[in-house]
Write a protein that binds this ligand. Structure first.
Ligand SMILES: Nc1ncnc2c1ncn2[C@@H]1O[C@H](COP(=O)(O)OP(=O)(O)OP(=O)(O)O)[C@@H](O)[C@H]1O
Length: 423
């Protein structure tokens, strides 16, 4: 099976070259692995172009030893998924691509989810041994790779518009989000040069923590599951949603994020903490976390004070994600304080579903749906620019005014196609 080595020398703290020279390439050599091609990426887009051209010319299946963060992995998967197949790639089904991941990026969400660091706060995610686990699985232990589920997000123009181009589709292997998470990724990119580590996400979070987003959200069941599932903190399990097979949620929203393949976005940020649990039979699924101010029993009407008070709760929810996913157990006490005890209303809504539709709307339209009327904004026809941002694995997209984003989870049709990773 052809083996390619690709690494991004500038991702994370810029240590990929040394790690590959000193450890990864020697480990491959010791285990008799012949490297067919090695690419040190020179620019954004390089890895995707290189892999696509190689796969057009050479018969697969393929293994790629990839030294990067989630962004370069995303770039390869998205380029292959959205480029019309030609040459060898035109064969059906297209050849399978399996990754041995070497975490060299900033957050390394997929790697940290597949190889969760030990619970001790000082567990060393920077050690060479921690970083070589996927390569060892591939070439030393010869484990069976795990298939990757993908989230396909399509951006549609307003209904009735004559499409100038085909609707765009973005592909993610980790996260598709809007609201606070998309705002953080949007703003943190500008900080990349000045704040190189995870701190830039915390800085961008502080800038955006008090924003609300007006939209409507529809969650759709996975094929074969019959219903959207909702996490029941008392049972510590997903159960069919009492709202029926499809769940409609009105805004405003503070947080909305969906994940595939992962239970965390950073080694310690377990935002969808059951994302790696074994699934019941049925189609591929997304784990979805939603935070809506209307759930707060003390949020009476929209005002600066209400938003400032709710921002503290959003902070507490983010803190719960850093505390092993405790936000999914949080409930409101009657006075609006948060606790993981008691049986009050859940603070976050944690769902498992097959897909979702997010449609930015005016505040009036959003609050027309049941449950959120009391938080209607005064300026009813204002367009909420920020509600139009969608993040797919770090890429930021903008929904056209009057349009929407629709996301669906897909999995390889068999174990000879699609993408997989050595775990
Ligand atoms: N030589 C290069 N110069 C500049 N950008 C590059 C180069 N090689 C790859 N890239 C781009 O860098 C971006 C970020 O890389 P990557 O995701 O691997 O690291 P990261 O952002 O540090 O990590 P993470 O995604 O885990 O936070 C990718 O979108 C990729 O296209």
């Amino acid at each position: 099976m052809p083996t390619l080595v690709v690494y991004n020398p500038v991702c994370g703290h810029g240590g990929a070259q040394q790690l590959f020279d000193d450890h990864v390439l020697p480990l491959l050599q010791q285990n008799g692995v012949r490297v067919d091609k090695l690419l040190v990426t020179e620019r954004a887009g390089h890895a995707g172009e290189f892999i696509t051209e190689y796969l057009e010319a050479v018969e697969g299946p393929f293994t790629i030893v990839l030294g990067s963060g989630d962004g370069t992995l995303h770039e390869i998967i998205e380029t292959l998924t959205t480029t019309t197949p030609k040459g060898m790639r035109a064969s059906a089904p297209p050849a399978k691509l399996t990754f041995a991941l070497v975490p060299c990026g900033t957050a390394n969400a997929l790697y940290a989810s597949l190889f969760p660091p030990a619970p001790a706060p000082d567990a060393d995610v920077d050690s060479v041994e921690y970083k070589l686990q996927s390569v060892r699985s591939a070439f030393v232990a010869h484990t069976r790779p795990a298939p990757l589920t993908l989230a396909l997000t399509t951006f549609s123009p307003p209904p009735g518009t004559r499409a100038r181009t085909q609707p765009r589709t973005a592909v993610s292997a980790v996260v598709a989000s809007t609201a606070l998470h998309a705002s953080i990724l949007h703003d943190s990119e500008a900080l990349r040069a000045s704040v190189p580590g995870l701190e830039r996400f915390k800085l961008a979070a502080a800038q955006n923590i008090a924003r609300w987003y007006t939209a409507t959200l529809t969650l759709l069941p996975a094929p074969g599951s019959g219903s959207v599932q909702v996490f029941d903190p008392a049972a510590r399990a997903f159960v069919p949603s009492p709202d029926g097979p499809i769940v409609d949620l009105a805004g405003p929203f503070a947080y909305f994020l969906s994940t595939v393949n992962v239970d965390r976005l950073e080694p310690r940020f377990r935002v969808t903490p059951h994302g790696r649990d074994p699934r019941a039979a049925g189609g591929p699924t997304l784990d979805v976390v939603v935070l809506r101010p209307a759930g707060d029993p003390t949020a009476e009407m929209d005002s600066e004070e209400t938003r400032a008070a709710f921002a503290k709760k959003t902070m507490a929810v983010m803190g719960g994600a850093y505390d092993d996913g405790a936000h999914t157990l949080m409930r409101y006490a009657p006075d609006g304080s948060l606790s993981t005890e008691g049986d009050g209303p859940c603070v976050v809504e944690y769902f498992r579903c097959g897909g979702w539709e997010w449609e930015p709307v005016s505040a009036a339209a959003s609050s027309d749906r049941a449950g959120c009327r009391r938080l209607a904004l005064p300026a009813q026809d204002e367009i909420d620019e920020r509600a139009h941002l969608v993040c797919t694995d770090g890429d930021i997209h903008e929904i056209e005014k009057g349009g929407k984003a629709s996301c669906v989870a897909v999995a390889p049709i068999d174990d000879k196609s699609g993408f997989a990773v050595f775990v």
